[in-house]
Design a protein around this ligand. Structure first.
Ligand code: ZN
Length: 188
């Protein structure tokens, strides 16, 4: 425990307080870090593979992953810090239901599988970011350029799909809508 003097009051800083923590949050610091840590534990248990450091993950980071897992709309639950906090607290207390089947059912449809295959053929079966292919040992993902959670109407639009290897896709979050497709392929 380190003692920190902030605005005339001596506070015990939580050992888990990392660069993401702010001393101005005073008594909220230790509590919120515990909630975030609990949320991270539960996310991992539910199969979340995102990189969430206990020391620096924010409410936004954790809430974003909860949305992904539970199929919740980013626009609704990440809009403000209060909403992010509410969602994280609700998740920790078991108040957010995770319907894995519902979430995965889209990817099990014939429509998606046909479209996914069409995207792989269209882009030559290679990661459009680094050029890796399954022949070189990479797992390829067909990615929604504009995330499905934010643009559900584009979920089955071929022009909204790109091929990324696992490494490149993991680095791309739902906040990022970078179109990695080469210009030649995009222009029709
Ligand atoms: Zn790649």
């Amino acid at each position: 425990m380190t003692k920190v003097r902030a605005s005339g009051v001596t506070l015990k800083a939580s050992p888990t307080l990392g660069v993401g923590g702010r001393l101005g949050d005073d008594i909220g610091v230790a509590v919120s870090n515990t909630i975030i840590a609990k949320a991270i534990d539960r996310l991992k248990k539910e199969g979340c593979v995102a990189d969430l450091p206990y020391s620096s993950a924010s409410y936004y980071d954790v809430a974003e992953q909860i949305c992904r897992l539970a199929g919740l709309q980013f626009a609704k639950y990440l809009r403000s810090k209060t909403r992010q906090k509410n969602l994280v607290c609700r998740f920790v207390s078991g108040g957010v239901s995770i319907h894995k089947k519902d979430k995965d059912s889209f990817y099990a449809t014939r429509e998606w599988k046909d479209l996914r295959y069409a995207a792989l053929v269209r882009h030559g079966g290679r990661c459009q970011c680094c050029g890796e292919s399954s022949a070189t040992g990479s797992v390829l993902h067909v990615d929604h350029i504009k995330p499905k959670s934010l643009h559900p109407q584009l979920a089955l639009t071929l022009d909204n799909l790109q091929v990324l290897c696992e490494a490149c896709n993991v680095g791309k979050s739902n906040r990022d809508s970078t179109d990695w497709r080469p210009r030649l392929v995009v222009s029709t």
